[in-house]
Design a protein around this ligand. Sequence first.
Ligand SMILES: Cc1ncc(COP(=O)(O)O)c(C=O)c1O
Length: 366
Amino acid sequence: MNKRISFAGPSITDKEISYVLDAVQFGWYENYDNYTKKLEKAVSEYIGVNFAIATHCCTQALHLAAAALPLGEDDEVIVADFSWVATAYAVAYTGATCVFADIDPDTWTIDPESIRKAITPKTKAIMLVHTFGHPAEMDEIMAIAKEHDLFVIEDAAPALGAEYKGKKTGSFGNSSCFSFQGAKMAVSGEGGIFLTNDEEYYNRALLLANMGRTDSKAVFWSDSLGYQYTIGNLTAALALAQLERAEDLMKKKRELFQRYYDHLKDIKDIKIVKEKEDCKSNYCYPSILLPKHSREQRDHILYQLKQSNIHARPAFPRMSCFPEFEARFDNPVATMVEEKGISLPSAANMTQEDVDLVCQKLITLL
Ligand SMILES: Cc1ncc(COP(=O)(O)O)c(C=O)c1O
C-alpha cells in the first residue's frame, strides 16, 4: 500500500516552531498579545487593508462581518449556494435571511447574473466566496453592489494569496474574512481574521469581538452584548509564521495543480477548474468535474480512491437544501457541481510523484 495521500495539511518548518516556542515561553505579561498584533498587522499589509481582528476561526470573523454591518431580521443577504455552511450560518446568526444564488460552471464562484435575479427591496448585502481559492468575479459583483447600494462581504476563507486583476482577494468588499484552519493555505489549527478599510465598521466589530467591553464606566464595563472571539497569542504565533511563508505555500499549491493539469487536461470525462484570465487562483483545493458521471459513480470513485489511501473530497451539498434554510431558486449549476464535483488532494507534504499516482488511479477508475 502506498503512503497516505491526505486531502490537505500544512508545511511546518523551523520558523513555525521557533515562533510558537517563543510565544509559549515569552508571550505572556506585557507580551500577552504580541503575536496577535503582529499577525493582524502582517495580514493587513499582505492583503492591503487598514484594519484587522484575528479570531478563533473564520466562522467567527464572518459572524463579526455580518453582525457589525449590522444585519438583522428584516434583511436579506445573497449568499453563494456552494460553500461550507459557515458562510451561510454567519448570516443566519444575525437573524437575516439567506437568499442563495447559483454559481459559475467554470470557477464555482457566485454567478453575477444569479445575484441580479435574487435582489429584492430587502437585500442588504452580498456574501460571496472565493471558492477553493479561485477569485469571484469582483468587477461585476462590485458594480451590482454599487448599483443597488449593497454591502459586500468576501468569504475568502481558503483564498489567501489569490488575486483578481492583480489585486489580492480580500481587498475588494466592505469586509473580508480568511481562515487559518488546518486544511487552509496558512494554518494555525483553528484561526481566522476579519478585515476592513472602514474604521467605524472595524470599531463595531471590535466591540462585538471583545464582549462589548469599553471600560467607559468601570473596568470590565460592557456596553452591549458581545462575544469572546479574539484569537490566542500561541495560535497567532503559528499563523504569523505561516503568513510570512504565504507566497511559498501558494507556489507549492500551484505546482501541484500544474502537475494535475498536465495529466488530466486531455481526459475527455474530466473538466478541470482552471483559473480564468486576469485571475490568480491559489489552487487551495484543485477541483474537477466528472460531467458524464452520476453522483453514485462519483461517490464510488471517491470510495475506491480511499481504498488506495488517497483522500479526495466530494463537492459541497447546496446549503439552500439544509433544514435551516429555504431555497428560493433551483440553482442548477450548484446542483450539478454537488453531484459531479471532486476536490483532489493537495496537502503540502505531497510530491509530484504523489500527484502522478492520484492521476493514474483516477484515470484507471474512470
Ligand atoms: C468557504 C469557507 N468559509 C468559511 C469557513 C469556516 O472557516 P473556519 O473553519 O476557520 O471557521 C470555511 C472552512 O472550511 C470555508 O471553506
